[in-house]
Design a protein. Sequence first.
Length: 162
Amino acid sequence: MSFHVRRKEREITDPTEMRQVLKDTKYVTLALCRDNEPYLVALSHGYDPEHNCLYFHCATEGKKLVYAKVNPKVWGQAVLDFGVTDECDYAYTCVHFSGTISLVSSLEEKWRGLQTLIRQVAVNPESKLAKIKPEKLEKTTIGKIEITYMSGKKHQAPPKQP
């Protein structure tokens, strides 16, 4: 079943604009499902525009990994919240995406994923990255969401009157 944005003037159709939302947000909400039981989790993430994927860090075990192993298909959302306008409207930009979740095994991709994540969410990323030792990276669990679909919607506040 296919759906469309009811208010076409709010639809984001430019892939570059949608990708920028994924770069500008620090968190995404991710929906997973296992045995007809949904699970929702917020993740800090780093968006890699070259590979059109999100990277995240997690524990070596836990609910999201159990769900992902059974069903790697995910749905997610990233929201830029601009608050309530003077006209009592809600101003926002959001991107919904679907994709496939997996764990990264190669050290090279783990390093790329961790750099992407830390550079997106950390205040002083280079000093944090300099402290990561190869033996620590080996034991780090990095997840990846390969994005297969994106849609976007926005409602911006009207310009303030002088």
